[in-house]
Design a protein around this ligand. Structure first.
Ligand code: GTP
Ligand code: MG
Length: 227
């Protein structure tokens, strides 16, 4: 039975409150060496598939996914960045501007992509990204079990030292797709918790200054999620 009547407004959100229920947007950048699987991971999260063929990303590719958490629709804007220096150098400032969260990716089958993480973290720190903007570490290509070069224990130690959660996953293996989702959902949960007031990052609202740094005291845990 329809509620109301007698000339009342139709069911649905109160138009007077509409400005307050617009979709918020969280910008998440994905960073790491070329070929570690950044494009495939963002494809998996935003489109639910593993792309048959990829080419090196030039500049940046944008992907989006709208998620619902506790009744709120949030648009996750994923910036799939280029790993090759020549394809990224003119874009780097844009990557880090007003970023809300950072995903660092390495390839578990390639030690150099892991050791290079310190350079990516330095770049991030050098672009006025507050150190406490949420960051996570992702070891990709776990489906290649016989080729693993980066032990979990080493990655976990590194993640702990940098106050990051660690996810080891595979963009390729469909059975890992929930784990890929968890990477981004974990960040969205954190960001939602940090921004309880709808005063920024909304479609149609003027851009606000950089998000306030917040202390993240949660214990790091491999694949765990604070939400
Ligand atoms: N086996 C396996 N291969 C993967 C996985 N993810 C990506 N690949 C492969 O790794 C290669 C590089 O993947 P991309 O996603 O294009 O790498 P990228 O990090 O975006 O590289 P740039 O755009 O150059 O920075 C491709 O051949 C993918 O098919 C995975 O989880 N498992
Ligand atoms: Mg790419």
């Amino acid at each position: 039975m329809a509620a109301g009547g007698g000339g009342g407004r139709p069911p649905g959100p109160d138009p007077a409150l509409e400005p307050y229920v617009q979709t918020r947007i969280f910008k998440i950048i994905v960073i790491g060496d070329s070929n570690v699987g950044k494009t495939c991971l963002t494809f998996r999260f935003c489109g639910g598939t593993f792309p048959g063929k990829t080419e090196a990303t030039i500049g940046v590719d944008f992907r989006e996914k709208t998620v619902e958490i506790e009744g709120e629709r949030i648009k996750v804007q994923v910036w799939d960045t280029a790993g090759q220096e020549r394809f990224r150098k003119s874009m780097v400032e844009h990557y880090y501007r007003n970023v809300h969260a950072v995903v660092f990716v390495y390839d578990v089958t390639k030690m150099s992509s892991f050791t290079n993480l310190k350079t990516w973290i330095e770049e991030c720190n050098g672009h006025a990204v507050p150190p406490l903007v949420p960051r996570v570490l992702v070891g990709n290509k776990c489906d290649l079990k016989d080729l693993i070069q980066v032990p979990s224990s080493l990655a976990l130690k590194f993640a702990d030292a940098h106050n990051m959660l660690l996810f080891e996953t595979s963009a390729k293996d469909p059975q890992e797709s929930q784990n890929v989702d968890a990477i981004f959902m974990c960040l969205v949960c954190r960001l939602k918790a940090q921004r309880s007031l709808p005063c920024r990052d909304t479609e149609g609202w003027p851009a606000q200054p950089h998000p306030q740094p917040r202390r993240l005291d949660e214990a790091s845990g491999k694949g765990s999620c604070p939400c």
